[in-house]
Design a protein around this ligand. Structure first.
Ligand code: GLN
Length: 380
């Protein structure tokens, strides 16, 4: 296995001095409430192993967050496990729930750890493609991807890299297929707070008949601008959470002790920070999308997340990868080629020519990237 596309592109940005709109991480800090609580925990001696499932204060705060925001009731002792970022929750879920030969239906383009962990588990992925320009989930294609070997559907909404926020019709379609075929659903909702234009994120677990078959994953990194903390969680039925906990024992054993009470403080401080962040991100999205379009790039408007997508085929590029590798020299900017997020990027409607741009950056940084792109020759 090589380096992830995110590590490769961040290294490229560092090497060339380009504006890094590749890897999705904010360039501003999280709020004082979370930083101060972490310092207090560090100074207060919370520096030895946390309990495997996570410190009780954080598990309780996660349960309160799910109840307050979505009306989901969870037993913090049996239905919540703390993980080292959502990435470990994904790993734990797939290693804990998928046996060799089991099929996993996954939205494509997919976050790169999904295929890696499906492989680690010995599973077989069955992608269902979200296609430009709308990136909608087609219920017929979803149903067709299910077989008698399907173990679970791996969902992601708000969706990285397309920025789609699945709507009620799409969620109902997922629920219908899952119930009809008695499938589990693992749903990665790390961008749950980061939606735009008054669009609401609806957890799949809130749909009728879904709580008992849905494992919901999220984290603090995106919502509180602390992506380097790597504090995530999985919530849902006790047997599914137990499967993640069992796998987690052999992955990290426990997650960072002083960061857990800090994330609990952030969750209990309410939604003011993530709501303001989503508001700012919407303006940054508009700034970047306007700039990308002005630079001649076909650009799709995302409904949530950190990311916008462009199509570079009309600029005569053979692939988004070629475009992204030339971009630092051409324009002093780094973006991520979405082609790596597909089984077959050349299949109809797939992402050979799609490029992902992160707008979780200060307005002056986006302005500089846009200025550079506007002054560059972006055709092949
Ligand atoms: N989730 C972030 C992204 O999609 C960073 C991922 C990573 O570096 N593994 O860009």
């Amino acid at each position: 296995m090589g380096a992830t596309i995110f590590a490769e592109m961040s290294a490229l940005a560092a090497r060339t001095g380009a504006v890094n709109l590749g890897q999705g991480f904010p360039d501003t800090d999280g709020p004082p409430v979370i930083l101060d609580a972490a310092v207090a925990a560090l100074r207060g001696g919370a520096n030895q192993y946390a309990p495997g499932p996570g410190v009780p204060a954080l598990r309780q705060a996660i349960a309160r967050h799910q109840r307050r925001r979505y009306g989901i009731d969870l037993d913090p002792d049996r239905e919540v496990v703390v993980t080292t970022g959502c990435t470990e929750a994904i790993a734990g879920a797939l290693l804990g729930l998928v046996d060799p030969g089991d099929e996993v239906v996954v939205l494509e383009p997919y976050y790169d750890s999904y295929p890696a962990m499906i492989d680690f588990a010995g599973g077989v992925r069955r992608p269902v493609t979200l296609r430009a320009p709308d990136f909608r989930l087609d219920p017929t294609e979803l149903a067709a991807a299910v077989s008698d070997r399907t173990k679970l559907i791996l969902l992601n909404t708000p969706h990285n890299p397309t920025g789609r926020v699945l709507d009620a019709d799409e969620l109902v379609a997922v629920a219908r297929v899952a119930i009809e075929h008695d499938l589990l659903v693992v749903t990665d909702e790390v961008y749950e707070h980061l939606t735009f234009d008054a669009r609401a994120h609806v957890p799949l677990a809130t749909l009728p008949g879904m709580a008992e078959r849905t494992l919901t994953l999220s984290s603090a990194g995106k919502s509180w601008s602390v992506t380097g903390w790597k504090v995530g969680w999985a919530t849902g039925p006790a047997p599914l959470v137990a499967a993640v906990t069992a796998a987690k024992q052999w992955l990290t054993f426990t997650s960072g002790a002083p960061l857990q009470p800090a994330v609990a403080a952030a969750l209990d401080a309410g939604d003011a920070f993530p709501t303001a962040l989503a508001h700012d991100l919407q303006a940054q999205r508009d700034q970047l999308v306007t700039g990308l379009r002005a630079a001649g790039l076909t650009t799709y408007l995302p409904e949530g997340t950190y990311f916008a997508t462009t199509d570079v085929s009309d600029l005569s590029w053979a692939s988004g990868g070629d475009f992204c590798r030339a971009l630092p020299e051409r324009a002093g900017v780094v973006a991520v080629p979405s082609e790596v997020f597909y089984d077959d990027p050349d299949a109809p409607g797939c992402g050979r020519h799609l490029v992902r741009w992160a707008f979780c950056k200060r307005p002056e940084v986006i302005a500089e990237a846009v200025r550079r792109l506007g002054g560059a020759d972006l055709s092949a």
